[in-house]
Design a protein around this ligand. Structure first.
Ligand code: 2AM
Length: 198
């Protein structure tokens, strides 16, 4: 199964993302638009794994989230891969004073789950909102600059998703969620033998 680890937008942030997508739709037409239910920020694409790998993966998620307390991000700014001018993938980025917490979480995933194995793509936090229909397609003209900032985006859990490809948009199935509870929260959970929320 094809797996990845991601953060989910809250309903308020998803609504904001819809507004951003609507703006891009006024600028570009020939794009494939990501459905609202598929919005997410990937922290690590894991590739093909077996069902038998899931228990170890979930244990790794628990270790990776230990010591990372919930934090708040914001969506800010547009970008494109490989660039905004020749964009084939259009995305919004993230910002906020808590960005170091995001990088701490990604480093913990790297350490606890992927055993220090290098990712194919350098981590560049983004939420993809649209992509070109064909590889090699170029949008031609530069998009106008757009300064944009979302409502606060509280990050409270790390999610494991299965991605199923086929015709149309990929289907993402939530397999497991691990709450961010910080060091003291995890100690309390251990003391009470329970797990809070997800
Ligand atoms: P993207 O949004 O920029 O395409 C599921 O495919 C998720 O994993 C997507 O969010 C995708 O990012 C991300 N991803 C990261 N590296 C990937 C890779 N090598 N192959 C496919 N998806 C990858």
């Amino acid at each position: 199964m094809r797996l990845f680890l991601a953060l989910d937008p809250t309903p308020e942030v998803a609504t904001f993302l819809d507004g951003e997508r609507a703006w891009l739709q006024t600028q570009r037409t020939a794009l494939v638009w990501i459905p609202k239910e598929n919005y997410h920020l990937t922290l690590r694409f894991l590739g093909e794994l077996n069902e038998s790998d899931l228990p170890a993966l979930q244990a790794g998620m628990a270790r990776a989230t230990t010591g990372v307390a919930p934090f708040t991000l914001q969506i800010a700014g547009w970008g494109g891969f490989p660039s905004m001018e020749r964009g084939r993938i259009f995305w919004v980025g993230v910002a906020g004073t808590a960005l170091p917490s995001l990088h701490t979480l990604v480093a913990a995933i790297h350490r606890e789950i992927t055993a220090g194995e290098q990712d194919d793509r350098p981590f560049h936090p983004h939420i993809t909102l649209a992509r070109a229909r064909k590889p090699g397609w170029s949008s031609g003209t530069t998009l106008p600059t757009r300064a944009t900032t979302s409502p606060p985006w509280p990050i409270t859990a790390l999610h494991l998703y299965r991605s199923q490809l086929g015709s149309g948009p990929p289907r993402y199935q939530l397999l497991h969620s691990e709450p961010l509870v910080g060091q003291s929260g995890r100690a309390q959970e251990a003391a009470h033998g329970c797990r809070n929320g997800a």
